[in-house]
Design a protein around this ligand. Structure first.
Ligand SMILES: [Fe+2]
Ligand SMILES: [Fe+2]
Length: 143
């Protein structure tokens, strides 16, 4: 199953993070369709490259945001990101070395599940933490 990118459950307060999530969801869904449709390898290769690029860029900026705001779970979050990016790259490598479309599309489904769960659990955790710490610092200024 693909990701329902329009589902409001994925929405977080930071607009640029939302936009980057949408790029990743779009890229992963395109890749899934291309696998199911058995598109030519050059197209799939390009889609893998695009996905890896979006994921890498997003993780870098999200981690920078977390470091800037001194998010206490940064290290844990960073490991989650590293795990996912490694999985994307392994899958990309497997495709280039001739694994079957059906095997890869099943694994892409698991990437969809992972990224969906990551945003809903870990990114939302950061989102809540940011909102709470902004509220606390505002209250401290008032009192
Ligand atoms: Fe994240
Ligand atoms: Fe994210």
């Amino acid at each position: 199953m693909k990701i329902d990118a329009s589902n409001p459950q994925y929405h977080i307060r930071d607009q640029s993070m939302n936009e980057q999530h949408q790029l990743i969801f779009g890229a992963i869904n395109l890749l899934y369709d291309a696998m199911i449709d058995r598109d030519p390898p050059e197209i799939i290769k390009a889609l893998f490259e695009q996905l890896a690029e979006f994921v890498d860029a997003h993780f870098t900026s999200e981690e920078a945001l977390m470091a800037e705001s001194r998010f206490p779970k940064l290290n844990e979050h960073r490991s989650e990101h590293a795990y996912f990016l490694a999985r994307v790259r392994i899958l990309q490598h497997n495709f280039q070395t001739g694994r079957k479309h059906t095997q890869i599309s099943q694994t892409i489904e698991s990437l969809c599940e992972w990224i969906s769960d990551h945003v809903l659990t870990h990114d939302k955790d950061f989102d809540r933490w940011t909102a709470e710490s902004q509220l606390t610092s505002r209250n401290q200024k008032v009192t």
